[in-house]
Design a protein around this ligand. Structure first.
Ligand SMILES: [Cu+2]
Length: 297
């Protein structure tokens, strides 16, 4: 009897702490942890309630990197600019995390302008770095897991799906997730005899310091990738510079910290961008549909 009274007492006590605390504290046994976070806004998605931050190391939690965070603060989501410096508290409970006490500590510099000479009159316009669908994807040279040089343009005539990874990636929702998606896609595409010949899956490492062809070959085998259909490759930083901005990839530096986002592109047989996916907010079915459409044309 006294035990039950104590339990009810505890619930009342918890109910007094605030709605959020009670809901999560009662439904899961995971403790709430809070970490101060500072970083720079790289992308804002008010619809998805996420802000992508390039953040500094979070001591005791994670190394510096660029990744999306959940943010409920509607005002902040609507007024944030890319380049804003922010500080917040990262509240983590089990697999759920979100930013609270979100504050802009320094507003972004005005957007970079570029001289546009394409029209009849020269004009200044905001720099557009990312490729739009229909635009030719710049060529670059890689080294495959077999140690062979490979240019993106060598794959002209095939539907090419490119993503960027590095094999040391510790975060399951990042590079390992891309590997998983590609494995699924590979299965879907190869389910019809002959179709795999018309498609190439390309996982390009941006970690040439570590991802040698030998390392990639081992990794590819673990992931069930069979070249040339699904090929792992690595490119130098100099070569990557040609495609990083157009393909929407952010990465580096690679010494003590790991910073990158996810960027996956579907390229048509004519070498033009069909569709670009940022983050992991897409499914293998999404890409498969596009591949089938491209193969019909
Ligand atoms: Cu990663």
């Amino acid at each position: 009897m006294s035990g039950r009274v104590a339990a009810i007492g505890l619930m009342v006590l918890l109910a007094g702490c605030g709605k959020d605390t009670v809901k999560t504290a009662v439904t899961t046994a995971d403790p709430i942890k809070k970490y101060p976070i500072v970083g720079i806004v790289r992308k804002v998605d008010p619809g998805a309630k996420t802000v992508t931050l390039r953040h500094e190391e979070i001591p005791g939690y994670m190394v510096a990197m660029t990744m999306p965070f959940h943010l409920e603060d509607k005002d902040a989501l609507e007024s944030l600019q890319v380049g804003d410096k922010i500080s917040a508290i990262l509240k983590v409970q089990g697999s759920h995390s979100e930013l609270i006490q979100f504050e802009v500590t320094q507003a972004a510099e005005p957007q970079a302008l570029t001289l546009d000479l394409s029209g009849s009159e020269a004009k200044l316009r905001p720099r557009v770095a990312k490729l739009e669908p229909g635009e030719l994807v710049p060529d670059f040279t890689m080294t495959t897991q077999e140690g062979t040089p490979l240019k993106l343009s060598d794959l002209r005539g095939k539907v090419v799906i490119v993503t960027f990874i590095f094999t040391r990636c510790p975060r399951p929702e990042f590079c390992p997730k891309m590997d998983e998606r590609f494995a699924e896609l590979a299965r879907m595409i190869a389910s019809v005899p002959g179709r795999a010949d018309k498609v190439r899956l390309l996982s390009v490492s941006f970690d040439p310091e570590h991802d040698t062809p030998e390392v990639l070959a081992k990794h590819a085998k673990l992931r069930g990738a069979k070249p040339p259909f699904w090929q792992f490759a690595v490119a130098s930083h100099e070569e990557l510079r040609k495609v990083v901005e157009p393909m929407g990839l952010t990465y580096g530096p690679m010494k003590d910290e790991i910073i990158h986002n996810l960027a996956t592109s579907v390229i048509g047989p004519d070498g033009r961008l069909e569709r670009r996916f940022g983050g992991s907010d897409w499914t293998s079915e999404d890409v498969f549909k596009i591949v089938r459409k491209l193969l019909k044309n």
